[in-house]
Design a protein around this ligand. Structure first.
Ligand SMILES: [Zn+2]
Length: 266
């Protein structure tokens, strides 16, 4: 009998470490970070950056069912300016600009009437993710200009993810500045509208003052990093906004904990 209680206790502890239901819900905006929606290639060493279309659909359906507002960065910026950030809201982001963001994610988003942000690497638009080492995953097709324009016409937002996806912490400051500042007008030329949001590749630079201080003078209004948390109202770091990585191996309990607490595991 005693053994049984100990066993149940251990299972409960294990569950609570893996799924942090005991954290308090946080007030603010959860910025979800996705990369690829689809099935990973068999030899991929980055399988968790792929979320299946079924799972993505289920997550979007959950947001709709629970009436959690899905907002754009333009709306968020306005709310920040007016100090009217709601208790709860979600922003959906995709890093790098893979073609499946159009062929798969965009089709799901349209179904629910949601808009999302894609962070583009300007040098790779219409080709493949050539910065990537194919030893860990074969190159993937990136969004084409025509796809970007169609998504933009439907209200999707686009931001800069630099010219060529280098690690900004490994560059000298002039080279880092070119990646940050030059990608903005290049992208604005493509989109025909201002580009206000920046995403640091690998999150690198978001936590390095020498790099981070380049972003505002380049003309951006907001920037996102990769630290895992909800952007709590009144405590937002506008040039290193926190995000929530949605991993391919997570279930709906993980998703619920992530968007309410900013964390799902220890
Ligand atoms: Zn990236």
């Amino acid at each position: 009998m005693k053994i049984l209680f100990i066993l149940i206790g251990l299972i409960a502890l294990g569950f609570s470490a893996r799924w942090n239901w005991w954290r308090l819900p946080k007030k603010g905006v959860a910025i979800l970070m996705y990369h690829k929606i689809g099935a990973p290639p068999r030899n991929s060493k980055l399988k968790n950056l792929w979320v299946s279309p079924e799972k993505f659909d289920r997550q979007m359906r959950y947001l709709q069912k629970k009436a959690i507002p899905v907002i754009t960065f333009a709306e968020y910026y306005q709310m920040l300016q007016e100090k009217k950030v709601p208790d709860k809201a979600v922003i959906i982001t995709f890093d790098d600009g893979y073609q499946d963001n159009y062929t798969t994610a965009f089709q799901v988003l349209k179904k629910y009437g949601f808009k999302a942000m894609c962070f583009l690497v300007t040098d790779t638009i219409g080709i493949v993710n050539k910065w990537h080492d194919p030893a860990t995953e074969p190159h993937q097709k990136m969004l084409s200009l025509a796809q970007i324009r169609e998504m933009q016409a439907a209200g999707m937002e686009f931001g800069s993810h630099t010219l060529s996806h280098l690690n900004l912490n490994e560059l000298n400051i002039e080279a880092a500045n070119i990646q940050i500042a030059k990608s903005k007008p290049v992208l604005e030329q493509v989109l025909g509208k201002p580009v206000d949001v920046f995403a640091y590749p690998y999150g690198a630079g978001a936590y390095n003052p020498a790099v981070k201080q380049l972003v505002k003078p380049a003309g951006y209004k907001l920037a996102v990093g990769i630290k895992q948390a909800i952007n709590m109202r009144g405590q937002e770091d506008l040039f290193a906004l926190k995000r929530i990585t949605v991993r391919g191996d997570e279930n709906m309990l993980d998703f619920y904990l992530q968007i309410t607490r900013g964390k799902n595991r220890l």
